[in-house]
Design a protein around this ligand. Sequence first.
Ligand SMILES: [Fe+2]
Ligand SMILES: [Fe+2]
Length: 331
Amino acid sequence: MAAEDGRHLVVDSSVRSCLTWNYADDGSRLRGLYEKNKDSQWNASTQIDWDLPVGEVRSPDSRINSAVGSVPFRMEGSPVPDHMLARFRHEYRTWMISQFLHGEQGALVTTARLVEIVPELDAKLYAASQVADEARHVEAYARYLDEKLGASYPINHGLRQLLTELLSESRWDVVYLGMQVVVEGLALAAFRISNDMGDPLIDQITRAIARDEARHVSSGALVLSGLYDAMTEREIADREEFLIESMHLMSERFLLREVWEAMDVDVEAGIRYARTNETVVAYRQLLFIKVIQILRQVGLLTPRIYGYLDSARLIRPGLLRDAGGSPRVRG
Ligand SMILES: [Fe+2]
Ligand SMILES: [Fe+2]
């Protein structure tokens, strides 16, 4: 059950906490990643140059900037006025960084949960070190929004729904799929695409965070690899259902409803634009590449998942041909 009072989202759940008596270090790759995590800790208070001025506002992605000429507020037969473009860039950037922040808090809380519920020690140690990374990410984005932009957006509806589901979830691998694969895979791609927003401070923060996220995403793939080979058809079908729903929720975020609402333009026209404009479609496909790679790696890029990605236009035509294979067929 979940409740919201405007300041908190409260999710009740029943979890199965697990301790292990197997403390052996067998030199697994996950243990190696845990070592890297410890060596790569940084301090958001002292190692970010908070005195850098906030730069010229650009969109997080230049492709979106170039597509903006066809946004729904274009005047008939004339280019979009500069003040509208500037406003769109400001709103889009504030929205995007706000969603990064909410996603980071989601990662903080779900990863803390993973420490409890995942059965093996290496995964517990790794998740514990990730908790410290996520705390830093929350700290840095919250401070940037508060001190530098002085504005923020509430959590997007789809992200809130997914986080609520993940915090009610008792199957630990499903928490990994939702957080380490879908949410973090998308965030990692977004961080990489948006590492040149024209503002040296946010670029510095995002680069530092993206280095951590790359390890987090790899850890998810390591923990899950081999797991699905042993599952029944029914169990796999449950995972497929969960993945399709979470990817749908996350892709709908990029229709930018909240940005159109803030712009005071025709919201439905904005959503139609974001759904169908070829540049924006290509941007979403770029965001999903990492998620697709990991699903493939862990054996969950099943025909059903592939079919969903294809019909929702979240997979670039030819992506799998480029990667040298066809979607994995189970059984
Ligand atoms: Fe993070
Ligand atoms: Fe992360």
